[in-house]
Design a protein around this ligand. Structure first.
Ligand SMILES: [Zn+2]
Length: 64
């Protein structure tokens, strides 16, 4: 089995790694998996930031 992203051959350990949410195999090497995780983490941070920003603007300008 090979990494879906960079096509490197996966180790036995990498090939058994599963996404706990979808229960599917990642089929990614640890390097790509870490990069993916970081991207998700970054987008979650941005999400929190947007929520905070929306909350602040809605207190400034109440819709009702
Ligand atoms: Zn990879």
């Amino acid at each position: 089995m090979r990494c879906r992203a960079c096509n490197v051959e996966l180790s036995d350990y990498e090939a058994t790694l599963k996404d706990t949410q979808s229960d599917g195999y990642f089929d990614l090497c640890l390097e790509c998996l870490t990069a993916t995780r970081q991207a998700v983490f970054d987008s979650e941070l941005k999400g929190d930031y947007n929520v905070t920003k929306e909350f602040q603007s809605s207190t400034e300008e109440p819709e009702e």
